[in-house]
Design a binder for this molecule. Structure first.
Ligand code: ASP
Length: 355
């Protein structure tokens, strides 16, 4: 996996200006149609061709592109490690970062980066598009230009949004609270269980009270290792014992995100609880996340979740599934199991509300 630096001649900005790095990973944003009309990733030249304004923005821009831009359905933890390293290595030289990424898995990548990059005091803004920049009605231009404005916004010399976020269709969302909810219209993302960080209209209105506050002396550190032996167990009425068993006895399994009903409820059948018990006794971490997009897991509210609490299933409260999966990957990759169990319910990057 490689990346290249792209040199463009920008207008010489008057100082002081912000220095922003754009990282192009691929996605619909810069795709073009092949001879059969199928959308495939294209290199950054297409973006420059359709967005000549980039050269004239009063920003000092540097651009990095994945050597082979990808459809984000092909994103792998190794790409997250590369992205994290690019940001970490270029952190002091830049005021902010804009990551161009496909929308399909953007919420996973933004969540992963929010956990891998601890102690951020600069913006990392993810954006993309529902229509390629080469198409007349594309949303790409506005999404990128506004993301650059957000990445460079400062008050008294400090970044306005010092966290990993997603800007899309007028909304700025905390990255680890974002969910892709729409594939046909421009409003692709929603924020789950957390207010918007900003809304862009004629001007950008920031919700300062909900944006991360940088602590005195906070310094960027990064957690590069990622554990991949994680599974999702989505419950449904009639789920079969053999299937549950197959998932929970997968070789080398470290953790399972169990998608439950309502406020964290699951069947009370003996076979089901016995399977969970067996897995927990084997050291597998089970995190309870609700299938409901709103509200939170409260184990013990109903009899159907009390048993889970007693077995040692850990409540994921109001985390998104994307946040839960990537948080486990990062925690298991960098901390011993007993610490992972303590940290999973705690907020690392504003992804969970304490209950
Ligand atoms: N399949 C595309 C991707 O995620 C969709 C998009 O970019 O909107 O890369």
């Amino acid at each position: 996996m490689k990346y290249t630096e792209i040199k463009i001649n920008t207008a010489t900005p008057e100082s002081p200006v912000s220095k922003i790095m754009i990282i192009y990973t691929g996605g619909t944003f810069g795709m073009s149609r092949d001879k059969n009309g199928v959308l495939v990733p294209y290199d950054f030249s297409l973006i420059l061709e359709h967005l000549p304004t980039l050269r004239n923005l009063m920003l000092d821009l540097s651009i990095i592109s994945f050597e082979h831009p990808i459809d984000s359905s092909n994103i792998e933890p190794e790409h997250w490690q590369m992205l994290g390293k690019i940001i970490f290595d270029n952190y002091t030289l830049h005021d902010g970062f804009v990551v161009l990424h496909g929308t399909d898995t953007m919420a996973y990548t933004a969540s992963a980066l929010s956990f891998m990059l601890q102690g951020l005091s600069k913006p990392v803004v993810f954006t993309g598009a529902q229509l390629p920049i080469s198409e007349t009605r594309s949303d790409a231009r506005e999404n990128l230009i506004t993301s650059l404005e957000i990445a460079s916004a400062k008050i008294d010399g400090r970044a306005v949004v010092p966290e990993v976020c997603i800007y899309f269709d007028d909304q700025l969302i905390r990255g680890n609270r974002a969910k892709k909810v729409e594939s046909m219209h421009f409003d692709a993302f929603e924020s789950e269980n957390y207010p918007l960080l900003a809304k862009a209209g004629v001007s950008i209105t920031y919700a300062h009270a909900f944006i991360k506050q940088v602590k005195v002396g906070e310094k960027l550190t990064w957690l590069p290792s990622l554990e991949r032996n994680i599974a999702i167990l989505k419950l449904f009425p009639g789920i079969n014992e053999a299937i549950v068993n197959a998932i929970l006895s997968a070789p080398n399994l470290s953790a399972v995100v169990m998608e439950t009903f309502g406020s964290g409820n699951a069947p009370s059948s003996q076979w089901f609880l016995a399977q969970l018990k067996k897995a927990i006794e084997r050291g597998i971490i089970i995190v309870n996340i609700s299938q409901c997009p709103g509200g939170m897991v409260i184990q013990g509210k109903y009899e159907t979740s009390k048993a889970l609490e007693e077995l040692g299933v850990i409540s994921g409260a109001d985390m998104t599934i994307e946040a839960a999966i990537t948080k486990l990957m990062v925690l298991l990759g960098n901390y011993p199991i007993y610490e992972v169990k303590q940290l999973i319910g705690k907020s690392l990057a504003g992804e969970v509300t304490a209950n």
